[in-house]
Design a protein around this ligand. Structure first.
Ligand SMILES: Nc1ncnc2c1ncn2[C@@H]1O[C@H](COP(=O)(O)OP(=O)(O)OP(=O)(O)O)[C@@H](O)[C@H]1O
Length: 236
């Protein structure tokens, strides 16, 4: 289990996150909802070890602290991160991107199994294996980014607004795929502005406002909560 306790991220005098606590388990999808600037990216970047701010609090995975580790060591412990903008190598081919994903020590012995997992999720990537990623559509690039993250053999896969810029149809595919990833035993922790579709497939959710957790619960309970509907689902 990934456990965040009392996490605070400060940029100069600005507290972007204040005392945030949450958990995510293998095999579940957890969505963090919040408006622009609520602190969602700051949270994921702090967990991934790439925060530009000062970070305080505890981050543990299966009881082992990740807090003082660098980004590479955090990947080795089993956390993969797909940042906003996807973090892929546009000048390299699909296959080269996937193989780079398998570089961590923990992933090397399982390269074949993880490649099978990626290809069964995204058959298109096998057909396009030699294509330069930069020449692909946004939805296809998103597949490469998620595929590359899966190649690192993660226990927890974190995604920062993966639906950003995708058409409604591609959003639907994306959330279906995240649901399938959960079935392979990986825990998925994502931040989203697309509350309706993400809650519809998630197991649990957290609400974040001005750097603080203001609500949490089972995804179906959040979906039917009038306050959540008003703030995040365009209801009254
Ligand atoms: N590197 C940084 N330096 C200074 N301030 C930052 C930095 N990154 C984020 N912030 C500030 O911290 C706050 C939270 O930003 P963050 O990007 O975490 O929010 P967010 O919920 O991910 O928003 P968005 O959906 O717009 O990405 C904002 O006020 C933002 O301006």
């Amino acid at each position: 289990m990934l456990e965040i306790r009392n996490l605070t991220v400060t940029y100069g005098l600005h507290k972007a996150l204040q005392g945030v606590s949450l958990t995510a388990e293998k095999g579940e999808v957890v969505v963090i909802l919040g408006a622009n600037g609520a602190g969602k990216s700051s949270l994921l970047r702090a967990i991934a070890g790439i925060s530009e701010g000062d970070v305080a609090g505890d981050v543990t995975l299966a009881g082992a602290s990740l807090r003082s580790l660098g980004a590479d060591r955090i990947v080795e412990q089993g956390i993969a991160f797909v940042p906003e903008g996807r973090g892929i190598f546009g000048d390299l081919s699909v296959w080269e991107n996937l193989m780079l994903g398998a570089y961590p020590e923990r992933a090397r012995a399982r390269r074949k199994q993880n490649l099978e997992r990626v290809v069964s999720l995204f058959p298109k990537l096998a057909q396009r294996r030699g294509q330069t990623v930069r020449t692909m559509s946004g939805g296809e690039q998103q597949m490469v980014a998620i595929g590359r993250a899966i190649m690192s053999n993660p226990d927890i896969l974190m995604l920062d607004e993966p639906s950003l810029g995708l058409s409604p149809l591609l959003c639907r595919d994306l959330f279906e795929n995240l649901s399938k990833i959960r079935e392979t035993g990986i825990g998925v922790l994502l931040v989203e502005q697309n509350a309706k579709q993400s809650l519809a497939m998630a197991d649990r959710g957290y609400l974040i406002e001005n750097g603080r957790i203001t609500g949490e619960g089972q995804a179906d309970a959040l979906l039917s909560d009038p306050a959540v509907q008003k703030a995040y689902l365009g209801g009254v």
